[in-house]
Design a protein around this ligand. Structure first.
Ligand SMILES: [Zn+2]
Length: 362
């Protein structure tokens, strides 16, 4: 099996070689035997294999074996259930239960990659190799094979010298002013508890985003209120198969755990945000739209959207009202703005954050 793949790669290499030759003289000599052998040796040297197993869903590889084979590093945070990996110069992050892959603070338009835990062992779908690492993978009987070259430069992420931590109000306004408001005609709330940094005692944490409630934004918010994509971007998450907490008890169990821990683990935080759509914009800006009541059927991960695209409808999914069956209570859009994976307001005080929001959505 391995031999056959090698032949295929050599054939591909041959095509490249002849393509190069066509630019020069037609009579240029063919690669000599030793050259051929050198190519062959290099191919063999760069060949890596990782064993895979086929589970209920996809073919998957062990994270430990992957990291070992690629000479990377990994951290799995048991509390937050987050996996962070460093491979070459690239940083990858996944949250258990969330089908979004973060690479260098940007989110990839794929819903094929998610964390799998089986008998205490972590796995990733083989799609991680293809989509996450950009590798061409060949399936063999029990292994996936691919060519591995290094060192490689970082893919995307913040530019050299990106000093986000030092930004003031004006820098932030300049950076974010391309974003239209998510609800047409609504005024951004000035109530502290609707803004980033406000305490959220029910889950032992802090509010990370901006809430758009009817009474604080000029009115007219209902379950039919459309939410717009705010700017040109790409959909990186669309929870079409969303299922809310099956009962108040299950949600309360999550909240009890936050009380025990004194903070909100990331995987629980994600459930509490309810039905979500995430949109990645240029320059590392990303927005999470949360607590939605629905998503347009034809909206898909990978779709290009703009400020006129409806990405969902205001709701209350993930809240105690929704799980208690009170579908019209506590209706609001919650949105989180991130810059290369960091909440935008991290370098600012609450007063400064308010000023930024008032300036970008006057
Ligand atoms: Zn909120």
């Amino acid at each position: 099996m391995k031999k056959r793949h090698l032949c295929c790669s050599l054939f591909a290499m041959g095509v490249v070689l002849s393509a190069c030759q066509s630019n020069g003289s037609a009579n240029e000599p063919q690669p000599s035997e030793p050259q051929q052998e050198a190519v062959e040796n290099e191919q063999e040297e760069n060949m890596r294999t990782i064993s895979y197993t086929v589970g209920e869903d996809d073919a998957k590889v062990s994270v430990d074996e992957l990291i070992q084979t690629l000479d990377g590093e990994l951290t799995f945070d048991e509390l937050h259930r987050t996996l962070e990996m460093t491979i070459h110069e690239d940083q990858y992050k996944l949250i258990d239960g969330v089908t979004v892959l973060e690479r260098n603070g940007e989110y990839l338009a794929t819903d094929e990659i998610y964390l799998i835990e089986e008998e205490g062992e972590l796995y990733l779908p083989v799609a991680f190799l293809e989509v996450g690492l950009g590798l061409e993978v060949t399936f063999q009987e029990k292994e996936v094979a691919f060519q591995w070259f290094g060192p490689a430069e970082r893919v995307g992420g913040p530019p050299e010298g990106f000093d986000f931590d030092e930004w003031d109000v004006d820098t932030m306004v300049d950076y974010l002013s391309f974003l239209e408001r998510p609800i047409q005609g609504a005024q951004v709330s000035t109530i502290d508890s609707h803004l980033p940094g406000a305490p959220r005692e029910y889950r032992n944490g802090f509010h990370e985003g901006i809430d758009w409630y009817d009474f604080a934004t000029g009115g007219n918010i209902s379950r039919e209120t459309p939410v717009y994509a705010m700017a040109e971007g790409i959909v990186v998450r669309a929870d079409h198969d969303f299922e809310d907490y099956e009962s108040p008890e299950v949600r309360n169990a999550d909240l009890a755990l936050t009380a025990e821990l004194g903070e909100t683990p990331e995987y629980i935080f994600d459930r509490l945000r309810g039905q979500q759509v995430w949109v990645q914009y240029p320059n590392g800006v990303m927005n999470r739209f949360a607590h939605l009541s629905g998503i347009p059927e034809d909206l898909q991960v990978g779709d290009r959207v703009n400020a006129e695209t409806v990405i969902g409808y205001v709701g209350n999914s993930g809240t105690s009202s929704a799980v208690n069956g009170n579908l019209d209570d506590d209706l609001h859009l919650h949105q989180d703005l991130l810059i290369y994976g960091e909440l935008f307001w991290k370098p600012l005080t609450l007063e400064e954050t308010k000023e930024v929001l008032q300036k970008i959505w006057p």
